[in-house]
Design a protein around this ligand. Structure first.
Ligand SMILES: [Mg+2]
Length: 196
């Protein structure tokens, strides 16, 4: 059996935050913000919005099909290809709402290398529970909360450095990485299960 490596989608593979902020500015105006302005995972505060209004705009953005327009993050497609070349079973675990499945599947098909696996929705369920069901040995995410959860459930967990997790202390066993090359280097150097 191949070793399962689960991968978060937004901000690990896809540029969600900047695309959403640009769209928001075009539709609603207000201050020009980008991902570097976001010092916490919840963007509503920095945008000066109530959480209800913030999530209403997120829903509007997604319902307009904007998820199909996201650019891949630098190095992401190459990183996924490297994981496939190392013979990992690559699957995706996202906190997106499952109603976005068609757009999500299409985006993965168009932007990520052929040979990747299924998409799972950690919707109202901690990511740790989902990765445990999949038997994942490794997980990568930009949310420290998700990394804590996947680490707790047994996956070696990589936190991709982002403005909203930069000042956070990491507990032992969660590995901060700065780009996809760091991830590939780490698994090459530390992998205990040989590719078959
Ligand atoms: Mg994410």
């Amino acid at each position: 059996m191949k070793t399962v490596f689960t991968v978060d989608i937004d901000e690990v593979l896809a540029e969600y935050v900047d695309t959403f902020l640009r769209w928001n500015w075009q539709v609603y105006g207000g201050p020009i913000l980008d991902r570097e302005d976001m010092d916490q995972y919840d963007m509503s505060d920095k945008m000066g919005l109530s959480r209800v209004e913030f999530y209403r705009r997120i829903t509007q953005f997604e319902e307009q099909g904007r998820l199909r327009t996201l650019s891949p993050r630098p190095g992401a497609a190459e990183g996924i290809q490297d994981l496939l070349d190392l013979d990992f079973d690559v699957q995706f675990v996202t906190n997106r709402h499952p109603r976005n499945h068609l757009d999500t599947r299409r985006w993965i098909n168009e932007n990520m290398p052929y040979g990747t696996g299924q998409i799972w929705y950690a919707w109202k369920k901690p990511k740790g529970v989902v990765i445990d069901e999949l038997g994942a040995a490794y997980h990568i995410d930009d949310s420290l909360k998700n990394c804590k959860s996947t680490h707790e459930w047994g996956a070696e967990s990589f936190l991709l450095d982002c403005p909203w997790n930069r000042d956070k202390e990491l507990e032992e066993g969660i590995i901060r990485v700065y780009n996809w090359s760091d991830v590939i280097k780490y698994v090459r150097d530390n992998r205990t299960v040989d590719p078959r």
